[in-house]
Design a protein around this ligand. Structure first.
Ligand SMILES: Cc1cc2nc3c(=O)[nH]c(=O)nc-3n(C[C@H](O)[C@H](O)[C@H](O)COP(=O)(O)OP(=O)(O)OC[C@H]3O[C@@H](n4cnc5c(N)ncnc54)[C@H](O)[C@@H]3O)c2cc1C
Length: 504
């Protein structure tokens, strides 16, 4: 192969590179070379969709993507809707199965997707070289000279067009962990954005809660807030003011004072948050779906969808808070009626038993703790005034300022339950980090899309194309990223051949 002249050389044999090579070969049965640095093609595909490969979505549109050039992206997506992705794979011999708008290969194995791509490349007689290191891409007149190392030997090939499809470090599938997939593009003078891990889990500040919450899965609604302006780390004393358990003793509060301070702190924190959400916080996004709790923080699809934005805000040194609603089916204005009805149905139960069948036990435990309550406390009822010492003190203290020191049992019961439910509906957690690129499904950022035209040809290096994740385009969970890889790959492959046809 060395010294040969190709119509198109594709760098990177991931989803987008393989789609590009197939499209190029189907457009004109010329010569295409696919260069891959790993020991085999399409490794990442095998890991997608938990091994099932969610390869497209029924609802492909620009709202599900993040990029710097919506015009170019819109053009790429409109030229390759869901039907085009399904037709592309049908031509390769793969049937699809749809579940809630997500498409999978009929046998529900990611290896099917890779197998049909490899088979088609072989039918089209594509030259493929694995375990190579591309050293340099140079423009020589109308052509490109691509230099690479194959088993330590320096080789050169020339090409009418080059397609960059080197993807990203997300998922940790690069053979050479030090390799920068954008290296060759940067050497050609292309510009890129900052890179962030996206579609990944988040680490939260309240480690003491997550140790208890690990393993919980729940359908929730999430609100993502970022603090306005740069975050200055709160001092120990300030943290203690807000009832942060880990700082109370360090800030000099004696054991006896801690419990009281915790209660005051939580109430202050809540007031502050309500005020903050209006004043000092910016609501960035709403999301709904599955939440998974880990011993370090929050995960699951709903969190994945927010993670790219969270990573960006943290990099801007802004504080990030996620508000979790663990009771998304409840309306705030219906709470009062619901609580009163349930109290009349289940009089005299402990708090733990009252919430049985409503909230996950671990979530309840943390909400109770945050409210200064315990699961074994009996909910006060008219004939039962004896066992509420702790709860009574806590609420009497909280409402002392309103002159409600002596609350009736009914009122106390209502306040207790409402406070736990509100805590569960507005559970706020501060995100301190997103996990690293290796654990992320995609990379947010890449080559600025605005450097490419609607055929994905580089505006300043004619004949150079790019596709897939190395471009500054990332999509939500649900098949959007692979869809973009196929769509941009097919477009770049076809246009790369069309461009060099007149030249070769
Ligand atoms: C665990 C996981 C699960 C996912 N699940 C889904 C899902 O279900 N649905 C979905 O839509 N998306 C999913 N994604 C995202 C999706 O897999 C990627 O967006 C997509 O594979 C990107 O394809 P790509 O070809 O652009 O890049 P990549 O897949 O990164 O491929 C780039 C290729 O280029 C090679 N390469 C890099 N540099 C060079 C070089 N200098 N020379 C030669 N070769 C080079 C790499 O080795 C790699 O093989 C998932 C990702 C991960 C990590």
């Amino acid at each position: 192969m060395a010294g040969k002249k190709y119509q198109v050389v594709v760098i990177g044999a991931g989803a987008s590179g393989m789609a590009a090579a197939i499209a190029a070969l189907e457009e004109a049965k010329g010569k295409v070379l696919l260069l891959e640095s790993n020991d085999r093609v399409g490794k990442k595909i095998l890991a997608t969709g938990n091994g099932k490969c969610n390869f497209t979505h029924e609802n492909i549109s620009i709202e599900h993507y993040h990029t710097d050039d919506r015009g170019v992206l819109d053009s790429v997506l409109s030229g390759f809707p869901t039907g085009a992705a399904l037709a592309f794979f049908e031509r390769l011999g793969m049937c699809a199965r749809e579940k809630n708008g997500y498409f999978y290969p009929l046998p529900e194995t990611a290896s099917t997707v890779l197998d049909v791509l490899r088979l088609r490349l072989s039918e089209l007689d594509c030259d493929i070289l694995c375990k190579i290191r591309v050293e340099k891409i140079e423009k020589k007149g109308e052509d490109f000279l691509v230099s690479f190392l194959e088993e330590g030997k320096r080789c050169h090939v020339s090409a009418g067009s080059v397609i960059l499809a080197a993807g990203s470090k997300a998922g940790g599938f690069l053979q050479d962990k030090q390799e920068d997939p954008l290296r060759l593009a940067k050497a050609l003078g292309l510009r890129s954005t900052a890179l962030y891990p996206a579609l990944t889990k988040c680490v939260c500040r309240e480690a003491h809660y997550y140790r208890q919450l690990a393993g919980v899965r729940a359908q929730v609604r999430l609100l993502l807030y970022a603090g306005r302006g740069e975050h200055k780390v709160r001092r120990c004393a300030e943290k203690a003011e807000y009832g942060d358990e880990r700082y109370l003793e360090r800030a000099g509060y004696r054991a006896g004072q801690c419990a009281e301070k915790r209660v005051q702190g939580r109430l202050a924190e809540r007031d502050n948050k309500t005020e903050g959400v209006r004043g000092g916080w910016e609501l960035l996004r709403r999301e709904a779906g599955e939440l998974q709790l880990t011993k370090e923080g929050i995960s699951g699809i709903a969190v994945f969808q927010l993670s790219g934005e969270i990573a960006e805000k943290l990099a801007e040194k802004r504080r990030v808070v996620v508000e979790v609603n663990f009771l998304p089916d409840f309306q705030e204005d219906e709470l009062e009626g619901w609580i009163k009805k349930r109290l009349s149905l289940l009089p005299g139960r402990s708090l733990e038993d009252f919430f049985l069948g409503v909230l996950h036990k671990k979530v309840l435990g943390v909400c109770l703790q945050a409210e200064g309550l315990r699961g074994d406390m009996r909910i006060p009822c008219e004939n039962d005034e004896t066992d509420m010492e702790h709860g009574k003190r806590r609420y009497d203290a909280a409402f002392a300022s309103e002159g409600k020191r002596c609350l009736s049992a009914e009122k106390r019961a209502f306040i207790m339950i409402a406070s736990v439910m509100k805590r569960a509906m507005h559970f706020t957690t501060e995100v301190t980090a997103v996990s690293d690129m290796k654990q992320a499904q995609v990379c947010r950022g890449g080559l600025l899309l605005s450097q490419f035209d609607e055929k994905l040809e580089c505006r300043k290096v004619p004949g150079l194309f790019a596709c897939g994740e190395m471009l500054n385009v990332d999509g939500e969970c649900g098949g959007y990223n692979l869809h973009f890889a196929w769509g941009s790959g097919v477009l770049a492959g076809r246009e790369a051949v069309r461009r060099c046809r007149g030249i070769l």
